[in-house]
Each structure stands twice: as structure tokens, then as C-alpha cells.
Ligand binder design. Structure first.
Ligand code: NAP
Length: 652
């Protein structure tokens, strides 16, 4: 737990407590004082219920004003005594106590598996203790000689570097851009931001109490990752404006030959003991394959390569209706004279009253100054936002209408979201039939509403659903022959997400290329490594993306933890490389595919970047967040071939 001290005047303390979540306050007070009256069963908070249209549960815990005032007054006394050195800040609860506290605060069952995961996710238990003691027993010089090359200085690469630094392992990050941040550096379209609460969408081991919003925007996210590069002390190990063009495995030395191309055209070959791909899934913008695109005389750009242009008085076309389009549309429509949205498939969009909500000053104070509060806050965010929706994404074989929904809860969401659409479309009710997806809710990531339907309902915005026949010099012609004059076309058409590691050429054992090994269906053992490519690890690799809710940083940290254990094993056993066995990989991925087929995003009506052209889900994780934590928490050494330099043969 971070070192936390109470600061401020009595009045500061009392004022801050007006902004905090009362159940979390009770749990913190219990941990500080050890006094059971803070968690009296006959005064337990009400179960978590989000008010209608809100993403966030009621912070009052169901207490009336008088009860709330009494809780705050007693808590203020404890905090003031703590500030004045009249009491100590208590101790970290043991796993069973922690589980019981979470149950008390949430008013619902919390399993011990979930509580164990949350103990690590909150930092109350240092998850690095799984591999750090093993590392520490190995020779420091050997660790410093072991070279890891990380590709990408986005959130995966920076997180990986932080842990390698902690382990004393040498590393270099190769970054194609001139800055860190990856996706949060590259994407700058209007209103670009995150749709997972920031207090969860941030490293578990490097929290930020100062987020200004519950869902921060691109600049603040970029600034956080940029700061992390310095605060982790890894910036000097980043080679900017450099691309990896080719990775070739050297079977004699059991190492990788890494071919680099710098911005000035210079090339270089480096040797690395291990390579970690941290390039993400959404780094290669996908331009639509529409005839005539190059004939267009106006400006056109991809949402991830935003161009600043005054759109006042211009006719703008936006192709695509995914998250990027939904986020950029209202502000684009505010500027343009007329905006046409070209939709191929509608997405599900969920209402959120809190999307632009600022974090209350008292909450920021509590996250910084109340012992245990930040931990319970993060745990609560995860309990509320992550796997809560998991039951609704799993197919129920007994469910009567499987063509449109997965189960009863999933169907209930369909009805609620359709009602929201109807209400928000105002006078444009004729759009309703085009806005209701034919796939289950969570078939694609549920988009958080920022005024999407209300923007479509504007008089100066039109939804075009006839399909694009071609782009002309002056606009877009639809399949019905209608021609729309346009000055600007924005391609919010997503990314080449199926092409993991593209455009690098990767050559593994026996001269096999990763492209040929994967073909149309990239897969990886635990999302992290592929047989025949020893010591090549992927973060946010195949079947690791989350759709049902949660933070991708969580998934990445699970994988970083997994990779660190692999490295610890190698260093402890004086191995040069490990290669996952083909049988282990096949068995893991057969399970992944079997699970995926019964989840909302595997539904036959879903066509998305999650699937390859054969309809196989290759991007998404088939696991709940807690399950993925379990999958990646411990390595299974029997699943690896253990390799030594100087010999092609495995040691076992
Ligand atoms: P996307 O979800 O892949 O959406 C691309 C859109 O373009 C889809 O509506 C797609 O239609 C359409 N499209 C593609 N090619 C087309 C063509 N030739 N003609 C007409 N329409 C075409 O891409 P995205 O919106 O950039 O989002 C990608 C991912 O980034 C998201 O799933 C999410 O994971 C992430 N993201 C997150 C946030 C956030 O956190 N707030 C924001 C932005 C992005 P079909 O649906 O018919 O294929």
C-alpha cells in the first residue's frame, strides 16, 4: 500500500468526506481502527445499484442523511486523530477479511478467487512477489547481461519496462513514434478518450489520484503515460523514431536478431535474448477498400491520423459507426455545415450520465490522504464495471431466442437500449430500424453514449445506410445511385487488428515465418507466445482483448506478470530460451475457440474486427477478467521446451 498521510485542517477533512463513497469509507475506517462497529451487520450498506442512466452506483450506500452525517463525523474524528499522531493507520486485512469487507461494502457475494485477484489489483499484496524472490536469488550480473527488446513504448511497453527495471534485467524499447504513449499519442480526434473509469484504467502499481474526470480525455491520458516513462525511469532506454522490420531467431545462440530501421533511414541489427511485442492490436489504421477513394478532391483522413481543419461551412462525411466515430461525431457536427454518417452496421450504445463527470475534489483528497481508501475505490470500480456483465454475455442453451440475444439478462439489455434509442432519436424515429443491431448486446464493445443518437437526430446530420457504391471527385455515391456532395471525408473505419505484429517479418525455428504459422488465424498460448518462436512474447496478443467491460491495462498487467515469471524461470535454471510446446498451445487454443463460440462476440450475426474471414474470434479473450488473472497468474513449466545455446536440442 502506498504511504498515505492525512493532511489538512479539520475543516478540510470534513469537507472532503462530503464527496466520498460511504461504504468505502466504512471499510477504510475498519482497516484503520480494527473496530467492528464500522462494519456492523445490522447497519450494512444497501446492495450496489446504479441509478438509472448512470454508470456509477449510488455513493450513499443507502444511508439517510442523518446516518451519513454520523458516519462522516465519526470518520473525521479518526482521520484527525491519525493526522495528529494519536493513532496508527492499521494493517492490511488478510485475504478472508478482505473478501468479507468487500461483501459488506458491496452488499453482494464476493468469491475468494475474486478477492485474491483484487488484493493484487489494489496493491495490498505486491503481485511481483510471485517472481521477484526467484529473480533476486539469481546472479545480478546474469540479469544485467540478459537483453530484452521491447517493441513499442505505449502502455504495454512502458509497463513491461517498469517490471524489467525492477528485476534488474537489461532492456531497450524500440518506438516508431517520436513520443511514448502509443494509441494515446496517435489518436487525437475530437473528444477522444477512454470509456473505462480511469481509476481502473491506469497501472495497478502506479495509480494516479489526480484524474480530473471519471473518463479522461486523450491529452490527460497521454500526459499520464508520458509521466510514467520518467517516473519508471525508463525513458533513456527508448530508441525513438525507430522501427523493427524483421525478427530472426538464431537457433545456435538461442537469441533473436532484431533488424531496425531508424527515421533517418539507417539500419542496424541488434541481438536480444528475448523480444516482447508491445505493439497493441489497434496500431495500423484501416482505410476502407471503396472504389474511387483516390479520386476525391477534398480532404480525407483516418480518425487515428487526425488533421486539424476548420470544418465551419463544410459538408463532412464520416464513414464508420464504431467507438471512434461515436466519440468524434458530436463535436464534428457542431462545426460542420452538414454531416453525413455512413453506417454499414449499427452498434449498441449505452447511456451514461457520468461520462463527462469531473472527479469531486473531496474524492481526490480521499484517494491521496485516507489510508486504504484508494484500494477500496479501485476494488469497487472493478467489481462494478468489469465482470458484472459477464453472465449476460454467456449463451444460455435454454434461451428461446438465440438469434438476437444470449440469455434473459442479455435480452433485457437489448430492450433497455432499444428504449433508450427510441427516446433519444426524438423526431427521427424513422432511424430506429437502422439503429437496432441484429446481434446481441456485447457482440461488439458497448459504446458509451456521448450524445450519439441526439446528434443523429439533429437537422444538420443525416444517417446514411444505403451502402457506399463509390467515392467520386466531389463526394460519395450510394448504392441507390444518390450522390452526396462532400468537402471532407473522415474514415472512422478502425484498424487492421487481425494482423498482429504486422508489418514486421518474424522468422522462428526452422526458418518458419510467423505469418505462415498463423495463416488466417493468429493464436497464442495464454495470448503471450507461439510454438516455434522461443522467447518471443506478445502483450495484448491474440485472444486477449476485452469486450464485456474492463481495462485493457489490467489484461496487459496479467500478461506482463506471466512474462516475468517465464524470465525468472529461465534465469533461475540458466536456460537461454523457452518455447511453448505445440500440444499445450493447441489444447489452450481449442479451449479458447470452444468458449468463444458461446459468447456474445462469437455470435454468428456479429461481423467485426474481432473475427477473421472464417468467422473465428481471434482478438477477444474468452475469459472473465478474474479467469484471465488465473490463467496468467502462474506458469506451467511442463508446457515449455527448455533450450540452451550451442545446441538445437531441448534439454527435456
Ligand atoms: P471499429 O470499431 O472497427 O469501427 C469501424 C467502423 O467502420 C465500423 O462501423 C465498420 O462497420 C466501419 N467500416 C469499416 N470499413 C468500412 C467500409 N469499407 N465501409 C463502411 N463502413 C466501414 O473502429 P474504431 O471505432 O476505431 O474502434 C476500434 C476499437 O478501438 C474499438 O472497438 C475499441 O476497442 C477501441 N476504441 C476505444 C475507444 C474508447 O475507449 N472510448 C475509443 C475508440 C476506439 P462494420 O461494423 O459494419 O464493420
Amino acid at each position: 500500500m502506498d504511504h498515505v498521510t492525512v493532511q489538512g485542517t479539520d475543516e478540510d477533512v470534513k469537507a472532503a468526506l462530503l464527496d466520498v463513497n460511504l461504504p468505502n469509507l466504512l471499510l477504510s475506517m475498519y482497516c484503520i481502527t480494527g473496530d467492528q462497529t464500522w462494519i456492523a451487520q445490522d447497519q450494512a450498506p444497501a446492495p450496489v445499484l446504479a441509478p438509472e442512466g448512470s454508470l456509477f452506483p449510488d455513493d450513499t450506500g443507502g444511508y439517510n442523511e442523518a446516518q451519513a452525517d454520523a458516519i462522516r463525523a465519526s470518520a473525521a474524528k479518526v482521520l484527525i486523530a491519525l493526522r495528529d499522531g494519536e493513532r496508527t493507520p492499521g494493517s492490511v486485512p488478510n485475504p478472508e477479511q478482505f473478501r468479507e469487507l468487500l461483501e459488506y461494502g458491496m452488499g453482494e457475494e464476493v468469491t475468494s478467487g475474486y478477492a485474491n485477484m483484487l488484493l493484487e489489483e489494489t496493491g495490498l499484496i505486491d503481485r511481483d512477489q510471485n517472481w521477484l524472490p526467484v529473480m533476486s536469488r539469481t546472479d545480478a550480473a546474469k540479469r544485467a547481461d540478459f537483453e530484452v527488446l521491447i517493441i513499442g513504448a505505449g502502455m504495454s511497453g512502458l509497463g513491461m519496462a517498469a517490471k524489467l527495471k525492477r528485476a534488474g534485467i537489461s532492456f531497450t524499447i524500440i518506438e516508431r513514434n517520436d513520443q511514448v504513449g502509443g494509441t494515446w499519442y496517435e489518436n487525437r480526434y475530437p473528444d477522444c478518450g477512454v470509456d473505462t473509469p480511469n481509476h481502473f484504467y491506469s497501472y495497478s502499481f502506479h495509480r494516479n489520484p489526480d484524474w480530473s474526470g471519471y473518463f479522461s480525455k486523450r491529452d490527460e491520458l497521454f500526459a499520464y503515460f508520458d509521466r510514467c516513462a520518467d517516473e519508471f525511469g525508463v525513458r533513456d532506454q527508448i530508441l525513438f523514431e525507430t522501427e523493427v522490420t524483421r525478427l530472426q531467431y538464431d537457433e545456435i545462440n538461442q537469441s533473436w536478431q532484431v533488424h531496425l530501421k531508424r527515421g533517418d533511414g539507417e539500419t542496424e541489427v541488434r541481438t536480444a535474448n528475448a523480444v516482447v511485442s508491445a505493439v497493441g492490436q489497434l496500431n495500423q489504421p484501416s482505410m476502407p477498400d471503396i472504389p474511387g477513394l483516390e479520386d476525391f478532391k477534398g480532404d480525407q483522413w483516418h480518425s487515428a491520423r487526425w488533421q486539424t481543419k476548420d470544418l465551419a461551412g463544410l459538408k463532412v462525411g464520416v464513414i464508420g459507426t464504431g467507438c471512434s466515430c461515436v466519440q468524434l461525431l458530436p463535436k464534428t457536427a457542431d462545426q460542420a455545415e452538414h454531416t453525413r454518417v455512413y453506417q454499414r452496421t449499427p452498434h449498441w450504445v449505452a447511456p451514461s450520465r457520468d461520462y463527462y463527470r469531473s472527479v469531486e475534489p473531496g474524492l481526490i483528497w480521499a484517494l491521496k490522504h485516507i489510508p486504504f481508501y484508494a484500494e477500496f475505490h479501485r476494488a469497487r470500480m472493478i467489481l462494478v464495471f468489469a465482470d458484472r456483465s459477464w453472465p449476460a454475455v454467456v449463451g444460455d442453451p435454454a434461451w428461446e431466442d438465440q438469434s438476437l440475444s444470449m440469455n434473459e439478462a442479455n435480452h433485457g439489455m437489448r430492450e433497455a437500449l432499444t428504449a433508450f434509442m427510441r427516446e433519444s432519436l426524438g423526431s427521427k424515429q424513422d432511424y430506429l430500424e437502422h439503429c437496432v443491431p441484429n446481434f446481441p448486446v456485447w457482440g461488439k464493445r458497448l459504446i458509451v453514449d456521448n450524445g450519439w443518437y441526439e446528434t443523429l437526430a439533429r437537422e444538420d446530420v443525416s444517417l446514411e445506410t444505403d451502402g457506399i457504391e463509390r467515392v467520386t471527385a466531389t463526394g460519395i455515391q450510394t448504392s441507390t445511385g444518390e450522390h452526396h456532395e462532400l468537402d471532407v471525408i473522415i474514415h472512422a473505419t478502425g484498424f487492421k487488428a487481425n494482423h498482429f505484429l504486422m508489418p514486421m517479418e518474424v522468422i522462428g525455428r526452422g526458418g518458419q515465418t510467423l505469418g505462415s504459422a498463423w495463416g488466417n488465424a493468429p493464436s497464442a498460448y495464454k495470448g503471450s507466445h507461439m510454438p516455434g518462436f522461443p522467447n518471443l512474447f506478445c502483450l495484448y496478443g491474440p485472444n486477449t482483448n476485452i469486450v464485456h467491460g474492463g481495462s485493457i491495462i489490467y489484461q496487459i498487467e496479467c500478461q506482463i506478470h506471466y512474462v516475468m515469471q517465464c524470465l525468472a524461470l529461465m534465469l533461475e535454471k540458466s536456460l537461454d530460451a523457452l518455447d511453448v510446446r505445440a500440444e499445450a498451445n493447441a489444447s489452450y487454443n481449442n479451449d479458447v475457440q470452444a468458449r468463444s463460440a458461446n459468447l456474445a462476440w462469437g455470435h454468428p450475426n456479429v461481423q467485426s474486427w474481432y473475427k477473421n474471414s472464417d468467422g473465428q474470434v481471434i482478438n477477444n479473450s474468452p475469459f472473465s477478467l478474474q479467469e484471465f488473472w488465473e490463467v496468467t497468474h502462474d506458469i506451467t513449466p511442463e508446457d515449455f521446451e527448455l533450450l540452451h545455446a550451442g545446441s538445437n536440442a531441448a534439454t527435456d
